[in-house]
Structures are given as C-alpha cells and as structure tokens.
Write a protein that binds this ligand. Structure first.
Ligand SMILES: Cc1cc2nc3c(=O)[nH]c(=O)nc-3n(C[C@H](O)[C@H](O)[C@H](O)COP(=O)(O)O)c2cc1C
Length: 294
C-alpha cells in the first residue's frame, strides 16, 4: 500500500496556499512539495523514526484547514490555546494543592471523559504513545482494592516489614494522620477514585517510557484541578501495592513489568483552599541569560 494511502494524507488544493508550514513542522520530515507545487507525502519505510511520527502537526499547523491525515477532518479539531491563558495557568500551577479529604461521591463521568480526552494529547517520547492509564472511577471498586491491601499492609507493618522508603517511624506518622489529614485512610487518603499511568519501562526507550508516565500523572493532576476536582499524588500507596500487597495490585490488571511508581487519588474535595501558599524555597534555578558569557 502507498504511503499516502497508509496515512490518508490529503491536501485540499482549493484551500492550500502552498505556504510550506506543514513541511516545516513535519517531525518525521516525510512531506515535500510535489511536482504540482502542493505538499505531498514522501515514501517512507515505517511509522516512527523511519517515517511519519503520526503527530498530526501537518493538520494542526495549516492556517487554511487544507490538510487531512488519518481520515481526520481539521474542522473537528479543538481551537488553538487562547493567547491569554498565562494568568489561568499561573493560578492553576501555583494554587493547585494536594487534597487529602474527599466527599464520598463518584465524580460525574462526563468530567472524567473530558479529562481523559485531553489526556490523549499528553506528550510521549518519540510520539510512541505507549503509556496506558488505569482508572478506578467507582468508589466501591476502590474499596475492594482497599479491603485487599489495607489489612495486609497493617499486618506486615506490625511485624516491621515496610516498603523500601518506609520505616516504623514513617509508618507511625502515617497512622497518626488517620486522625486528621488522611481521615481513617492512610493508604488512599479516602480518595474515591484512583488514576495510574503505567508503561513497560524497559529496553532502549525505557527512560522515556517512565518519563511519559510521570508527565501523564502531572497532566492528569492539573486537568483535574482545572475542573474543580481534588487530587493527591501518592508514592506510598504505589509502594504498598507493589511491595506489600501484590494481591491487591493484581486486581488492577496492570502487567507486572509495567512501571507503577505513582498513584493519583482524585475526587470532589471536602475541603477547598481559600488562597495560595507562599513557598519560599522553590526549585534551585540556574539561568543563563543576558549578555554575560561564561
Ligand atoms: C512524587 C510524589 C510522591 C508523593 N507521595 C505522596 C504520598 O505517598 N502520600 C501523600 O499524602 N502525599 C504524597 N505526595 C504529595 C506531597 O506530599 C505534596 O505535594 C506536599 O505535601 C506539598 O503539598 P502541595 O502538593 O499542596 O504543594 C507526593 C508528591 C509527589 C510529587
């Protein structure tokens, strides 16, 4: 089959102004001007580094909506990011806070559908899109996993068997938190839902695949907060499922060779924050700017 057929790359010649933007943004460098002066797809060996990256930048960049690829109609795309998003993003990134108290209520599935649709656009190394999302969006299903994991965690920790990052001291602190911040649930902070980004993180691209999971976790967290949901990123609960209670992890049907270092608990927040915090110590910034040369 020809490459134009495999990608279904089509140019509407009535609309195309031959500006070349599609050619100049093509990550796989598989577009060129054809003999007729309009963009065309070059032959390529295979999808990925040896051909089309399936990134759809050609469709997204065209000011004339003249390009279609993979059967996508450009008019079905979302509008570009509005120019004045900076203030909203500043507020979102600065004021999202970890939430450890939730209403005992399932989230409206329509909100979750929107968030997951947007999550399709989270970047992945090499546009490989190998990351997978497991979502437990029903409180009762979360409770089933909790019922399996929590007693095992209690039993093992009572015998001083802890996950790799924990100890008697840390566990005692977590236990104390069940009186206040993690009401009755040190494991999932009472979150009614869980989100886990996971991927097979081995081989040449293993590091990218792990980064994909972490990026997806961050995107998911921000999207949830943008839609008024509370979130808590948890490494401890992931450790418990991975190291203390494998039977509970099994219930998630996530292959054992997939990275699952973080779990996001999410739901409607019981407590809302009235203002932002004022952290003094942020990341150490090393900035190379201005005229100074090193
Ligand atoms: C990688 C990572 C792992 C975390 N693991 C946990 C966890 O296991 N349990 C928990 O309650 N909070 C966890 N957190 C949340 C942090 O403790 C939280 O970000 C911190 O308390 C600061 O609060 P803020 O998120 O509102 O700024 C984790 C955060 C990150 C980024």
């Amino acid at each position: 089959m020809g490459f134009e057929e495999r990608t279904h790359f089509k140019v509407d010649k009535d609309l195309c102004i031959r500006c070349g933007r599609c050619i100049n943004t093509c990550a796989g460098m598989v577009l060129r001007f054809g003999k007729d002066g309009y963009p065309e797809m070059k032959p390529f060996e295979r999808f990925g580094w040896k051909g089309c990256w399936k990134c759809q930048h050609c469709l997204a960049v065209c000011p004339q909506a003249a390009i279609s690829i993979f059967g996508k109609d450009p008019s079905d795309s979302l509008e570009p990011v509005p120019e004045q998003m900076g203030e909203y993003m500043e507020s979102l990134v600065s004021n999202r806070r970890s939430c450890r108290r939730y209403l005992k209520k399932n989230v409206d599935p329509a909100i979750l559908d929107r968030i997951l649709r947007a999550m399709n656009n989270a970047p992945t190394g090499g546009n490989a899109m190998g990351v997978e999302y497991t979502i437990i969006d029903d409180m009762d299903r979360v409770k089933e996993i909790w019922d399996k994991a929590y007693p095992v965690m209690e039993e093992k920790t009572s015998k001083h068997i802890h996950t790799h990052s924990f100890s008697d001291f840390f566990y005692k602190k977590m236990k104390e938190s069940e009186g206040s911040i993690r009401k009755d649930d040190l494991l999932f902070c009472g979150a009614p839902h869980l989100f886990i980004a996971h991927s097979k993180c081995s081989g040449k691209w293993g590091e990218d695949a792990k980064a994909d999971c972490i990026i997806a976790t961050a995107y998911f967290e921000l999207l949830c907060n943008a839609f008024g949901l509370g979130t808590i990123i948890m490494s401890y609960s992931a450790e418990v499922l991975n190291e203390l209670a494998p039977e509970a992890r099994k219930m998630l049907n996530i292959p054992l060779n997939h990275y699952t270092g973080l779990i996001v608990g999410f739901g409607y927040p019981e407590i809302k924050y009235a203002r932002g915090v004022q952290k003094d110590k942020g990341a150490k910034v090393h900035r190379f700017s201005g005229e100074k040369r090193i």
